[in-house]
Design a binder for this molecule. Sequence first.
Ligand SMILES: NC(=O)c1ccc[n+]([C@@H]2O[C@H](COP(=O)([O-])OP(=O)(O)OC[C@H]3O[C@@H](n4cnc5c(N)ncnc54)[C@H](OP(=O)(O)O)[C@@H]3O)[C@@H](O)[C@H]2O)c1
Length: 235
Amino acid sequence: MNNINNNVAMVTGASKGIGAAVSYMLAEENISELILVARASQEFNDLKTELKKNTKISVHCYEVDLLQQNEVNDFIANVISSFKNVDILINNAGLTIPKTIFESSLEELMSTMQVNLYTPFQLIQSLLKSGNKFQHIVNIASTAGIKGRAGWSTYSSSKAALTAFSESLREELLPLGTRVSCISPGRCATSLRRVLAPNEDQSTIMQPEDVANVIKLLLSDVGHFIDSENMVVRL
Ligand SMILES: NC(=O)c1ccc[n+]([C@@H]2O[C@H](COP(=O)([O-])OP(=O)(O)OC[C@H]3O[C@@H](n4cnc5c(N)ncnc54)[C@H](OP(=O)(O)O)[C@@H]3O)[C@@H](O)[C@H]2O)c1
């Protein structure tokens, strides 16, 4: 994966699941600095310890609640002042609150949009305006954004919006030399999936490392030849 060597990469939602698998993958690919974002938790601490123990790269963990606008603002200001450039951005953090339209509240829709759409928008826009030149942005949408499911209206609509946002961005940033990929995973064995399907046997479905390996391919030289406008990744 020659074209990501010595780059600075940022992963949101890095504490567990797909984000943690992507963080391990990037750490093995000679990234120079890794910026990881999640709320404070034991899992996030363990990831940091593990990465620092087993790799030589610089790992910077930021404990940020993406639902708190002031924390997001502070985080972005900190990144802009601390790093020369963020080359690779993986917008992975995700929230789902599965409820029917009778049960959902507007606040839950807004929270879901905040984590799944507004945060990627704000991160990308703020960094671009500060002069950042991204090499590659990967947004993690979902097959739930391609086809809405009963009880998932807030989640599905947020992911459909993220996909459309990615399409626009892909065209806008191409002249600047930035690639924008959007991937839509299907069922993957994580805590978020557990919320959507509490009784599923997660040993039978796609694992976070499988998604990380697809992202590895997209970031590689070969990735240029793959149509990643909205790439479905599923078992
Ligand atoms: N698993 C699937 O079947 C599936 C399928 C399609 C798409 N996806 C997408 O894949 C992405 C990763 O999800 P996952 O399945 O790996 O789930 P996960 O293991 O539950 O991870 C979700 C990540 O998002 C972070 N996050 C959520 N709310 C946050 C907040 N308010 N502030 C900061 N971080 C927050 C979590 O960090 P905390 O430690 O702070 O909670 C965690 O690191 C999501 O965008 C999800 O929608 C998943």
